[in-house]
Design a protein around this ligand. Structure first.
Ligand SMILES: Cc1cc2nc3c(=O)[nH]c(=O)nc-3n(C[C@H](O)[C@H](O)[C@H](O)COP(=O)(O)O)c2cc1C
Length: 346
């Protein structure tokens, strides 16, 4: 499954090797080919300068096999309503296999859902009918060349297309994530998870609702290899043992009112928010609760290692990292077996 994330410096070499393919470059951009940076360092320097601006969004589409596509999104107006896409599958082996469609759908969700664009525009090289068809199938419409805002940039070899926010695919990025999230129990790549991503994931957890706003859930992210090693001595049988980071979920059994304690609901909401944030950032995870709250009290031993005070209980761990493989989809009951309208139906 393809995912989209902001461009990272480590993507530069893949993109640079693609840019050296002049034919492919010309199908992507009307920019002057000979003016474009070609080494990974040049690209990082170029994007480093541009990404200070809050109208420019270089993005990378990737899956377990690596970088699949590259795109830039840039607002073309001061009000930040009109967003222009430049879009390419950089991995030549993946062209013509539906990846473009998948990447476009992610990009549209991001453009309309996160960046709140009102219109998305793009140009397609006239010798690239497959891409043109892909854009039309995704809901774009042709704009007569003389009306296209960027005609003067693109030139006459290009057709312009656009999509208004009203015509966007009905699913938002959030809905896509909810539907596509899967428990991942495989191996992780050794690549560390940047602190800023761990903070974003934990912020998503803390943003969850809690009964009477008692905020009974606390979190500890572990990314220090020495501490991870210590935790692994007590996680037996091992789970998530190759993950470069783990988020530990702590709860306090505080009464919300009278005899009502919503601690379980509170941390469950926080965990689901974090699982979705983890997927949104291109990582995978699994809700490990049964495993660590069993009779052997692994969670308690982990809490001891992390210096957790007695009034908190460590109830769940979420490994975080880039997966080496795809998660297996579990068999789920059909909609009709579990959800109805207006009355219970057997
Ligand atoms: C409360 C709770 C505890 C869980 N504990 C474990 C666990 O200890 N080990 C594990 O492999 N998965 C655990 N899971 C993940 C479930 O097995 C998984 O969500 C379920 O099989 C459905 O798969 P899906 O997440 O891909 O939809 C737990 C999930 C929940 C909600």
């Amino acid at each position: 499954m393809l995912r989209l994330r902001p461009y990272k410096e480590c993507d530069a070499n893949v993109i640079a090797s693609w840019i050296k393919d002049e034919f492919a470059f010309r199908q992507w951009s009307a920019d002057r080919y000979d003016h474009y940076p070609v080494t990974g360092d040049d690209i990082n320097a170029h994007y480093g300068k541009l990404s200070d601006a809050d109208w420019f969004y270089p993005m990378t589409a990737f899956d377990e096999s690596g970088v699949t596509g590259h795109m830039i999104m840039r607002f073309t107006d001061e009000e930040k309503k009109v967003l222009r896409f430049g879009f390419v599958i950089v991995d030549a082996d993946k062209r013509g296999q539906g990846y473009g469609k998948e990447m476009l759908s992610l990009a549209l969700s991001y453009a309309f859902g996160i960046l709140k664009a009102q219109k998305v525009t793009l140009g397609v090289f006239e010798n690239n009918p497959a891409a043109h068809y892909c854009y039309l199938a995704a809901g774009f419409r042709d704009v007569p060349t003389e009306q296209a805002e960027y005609y003067h940039v693109l030139g006459e070899d290009w057709k312009c297309l656009e999509m208004e926010a009203d015509a966007r695919p009905y699913r938002s990025l959030a809905l896509d994530l909810i539907m596509q999230r899967r428990s991942y129990r495989g191996r992780y790549k050794a690549e560390p998870v940047p602190r800023e991503d761990l903070v974003t994931i934990m912020e998503a957890g803390l943003a969850a609702p809690s009964g009477c706003n008692k905020q009974t859930t606390s979190l500890i992210a572990v990314d220090d290899p020495a501490v991870l090693d210590k935790l692994r001595t007590v996680i037996d049988p091992p789970v998530g043992e190759t993950a470069p980071a783990v988020i530990c979920v702590l709860t306090q059994r505080i009464y919300a009112y009278r005899d009502k304690c919503f601690a379980v609901q509170d941390y469950s909401a926080a965990i689901e928010n974090m699982l979705l944030a983890i997927e949104a950032l291109g990582y995978r995870s699994c809700w490990y609760e049964g495993h660590i709250t069993d009779d052997d009290r692994i969670g308690y031993q982990m809490a001891q290692i992390l210096g957790v005070p007695d009034e908190y209980e460590l109830v769940c761990m979420l490994p975080v990292g880039i997966p080496e493989s795809e998660p297996k989809a579990p068999v789920k009951k059909s909609f009709a077996e579990r959800a109805w309208f207006n009355s219970f139906q057997k």
